[in-house]
Design a protein around this ligand. Structure first.
Ligand SMILES: [Zn+2]
Length: 320
């Protein structure tokens, strides 16, 4: 196995400062598929970066067949700001890097950055785009509904929830309204590259359980594709569910008290009580949040100060 690192320029800032990142390439002694793995295109989602550090240690003394290309910090701009998106002056058109794939070398800052990384990603036979949800979210893996290769990757990765998501014309109107067509997963699926988006728990903190799920899952993808001559390891207790982007949002602004008797991962029924939003000054209840369908509660807001329209909870449909 041969490991090399390359420092590449993704774009440049107005002052001429280059936005650079490091690309790791692990070349096996035997031939095999190429996998592209990246983390932290939303810079505060650091558990993916820590996952890649541990995977790196494992790969250094492995017998690898094929090639792994890994980018621990896909978006240095948001990484430095510990943020999800960039400030307006850096890219007012596309502040979210995961809405611009496959990018454009002559486009806005984020489009240029994505285009540079896409040169690596598009060569791959499979892609793992490591993200983290919020502390309110169950660790899960997202793949595109109807894309068999991506579903196989998700099953190999593991975690407690495998969530399929429809895309394009099949998806709810909300999908287009939120520019989800520019996600790396969607751009890659359009090129028939199997791709998954693991959402490890938490942002900003290194959370051991989430990172371990990420490490076992990422190695499982390599095992599943034959890059590592090992069998896929059990990783969580995966339930297969379908996300129709349905979510329960705040009708008004106030404080949200999540029902303490519920936690993410719970099986819930449509109409089940999950928390109360109230006026922080008068204590008047504004909204009782209830499950919008039978299924698995995979996010429940714990950050109590909410603004009208914020997501309070998400329930995914269980499927066979
Ligand atoms: Zn993310």
């Amino acid at each position: 196995m041969e490991h090399v690192t390359e420092r590449i320029t993704l774009a440049r800032l107005p002052s001429g400062v280059e936005i650079a990142t490091t690309v790791h390439t692990y070349d096996g002694t035997e031939d095999g598929p190429t996998v592209y793995v990246q983390a932290a295109q939303h810079g505060r989602e650091v558990n993916g970066t820590e996952t890649l550090r541990r995977v790196h240690d494992r790969l250094l003394d492995s017998d690898l067949s094929g090639r792994i290309v890994a980018v621990p910090v896909a978006d240095p701009l948001t990484f430095d700001r510990v943020s999800y998106t960039t400030p307006e002056q850096l890219d007012s058109v596309n502040p979210n890097m995961n809405r611009v794939w496959p990018g454009d070398p002559e486009g806005t800052l984020h489009e240029r950055m994505a285009a540079r990384l896409w040169e690596y990603a598009r060569e791959a036979d499979a892609i793992v785009d490591l993200h983290t949800g919020s502390p309110d979210m169950l660790t899960h893996v997202v793949f595109m509904e109807g894309h068999e290769g991506s579903r196989n990757l998700a099953e190999a990765f593991g975690s407690d929830l495998l969530l399929s998501e429809e895309a394009g014309d099949d998806a709810d109107d909300e999908w287009a309204a939120r520019d989800f067509g520019g996600k790396l997963r969607v751009a890659a699926n359009e090129e028939a590259i199997p791709t998954i988006t693991p959402e490890l728990a938490h942002s900003k903190q290194i959370v051991e359980d989430a990172v371990e799920t990420g490490v076992v899952g990422t190695l499982n993808v390599f095992r599943h594709l034959g890059l590592l001559d090992e069998s896929v390891e059990a990783n969580g207790d995966p339930t297969l569910a379908r996300n129709h982007l349905g979510r329960v949002t705040a009708d008004d602004s106030g404080l949200f008290r999540a029902d303490p008797d519920h936690a993410v991962g719970d099986e819930v029924e449509a109409g089940e009580y999950l928390g109360t939003l109230y006026d922080a000054t008068t204590f008047e209840p504004l909204q009782e949040a209830r499950a919008d369908r039978d299924g698995i509660l995979y996010s429940l807001a714990q950050e109590a100060t909410v603004t009208a329209g914020d997501t309070l909870l998400n329930v995914a449909w269980r499927r066979e």
